[in-house]
Design a binder for this molecule. Structure first.
Ligand SMILES: N[C@@H](CCC(=O)N[C@@H](CS)C(=O)NCC(=O)O)C(=O)O
Length: 221
């Protein structure tokens, strides 16, 4: 049975897993759940507690006997499965960077899900601190070409997606700089290039976050 990833029909926390699986060009199942009342009922009432997950949540991964939730645990698992784990010498750096890009994404999520009263202040505060954070990340990646040097790891799929979220949220902070170059480099890897150029590229119609807050992150908006 192919690996199955279950998540809402949006990018959210599942997109790094999906990008990694697309990169490997293996058969996998993208078990999307529409973010509609029907979809939510089907997940929360029918599926969530009937799948044998220890900690039922979305995204989930099912790979034979292995049933996992927690997006970072899923990424680490996929990294091990597909030979995309960091080298022993780079594990600590990988753990560190993984959390840095996740925090950055969660920073945008907090604003994205805020209400219109809070949005402006949260956004201003985030954007004030952003250049320094991006500078640190650019320095960390350096010449790369990958996040941890000369070998691609699961960290790159977290980084390309979550730095991409930031680039979408504040294009002027990223465009033309080293992080934009890094994002482009990863997206140009042949299997990903094929996906991003394909007609069914979900990035052309999925929102980044659930469309319930101030900034869902729709394509081209
Ligand atoms: N820390 C978890 C957070 C999971 C989470 O909050 N999932 C949200 C979507 S982003 C959800 O809708 N979960 C479904 C549920 O609560 O049943 C992760 O990284 O996977």
């Amino acid at each position: 049975m192919p690996v199955e990833i279950g998540y809402w029909a949006l990018r959210g926390l599942a997109e790094p897993c999906r990008l990694l699986l697309r990169y490997t060009e293996t058969e996998w199942t993208d078990a999307t759940i529409p973010f509609s009342q029907e979809g939510k009922d089907s997940w929360f009432k029918d599926s969530k507690y009937n799948m044998g997950l220890d900690f039922p949540n979305l995204p989930y991964l099912i790979d034979g006997e292995v049933k996992l939730t927690q997006s970072i645990a899923i990424m680490r698992y996929l990294g091990r499965k597909f030979g995309l784990s960091p080298s022993e010498a780079n594990i600590a750096k990988a753990d560190n960077f993984e959390q840095v890009v996740f925090d950055l994404r969660m920073g945008v999520a907090k604003i994205a899900y805020s209400n219109s009263d809070e949005y402006g202040e949260l956004r201003t505060d985030f954007l004030r601190k952003l250049p320094k954070k991006l500078e640190e990340i650019a320095t960390f990646i350096g010449a790369g070409p990958f996040a941890l040097g000369d070998r691609i790891t699961y960290i790159d799929f977290l980084a390309v997606e979550y730095l991409g979220v930031v680039a979408h949220f504040s294009p002027k902070d990223v465009a033309g700089g080293p992080i934009a170059e890094y994002i482009q480099r990863i997206k140009s890897l042949p299997p990903l290039k094929k996906f991003f150029e394909s007609e069914d590229c979900t990035h052309n119609f999925y929102s980044i976050f659930a469309p319930i807050g101030s900034w869902p992150g729709w394509p081209n908006k």
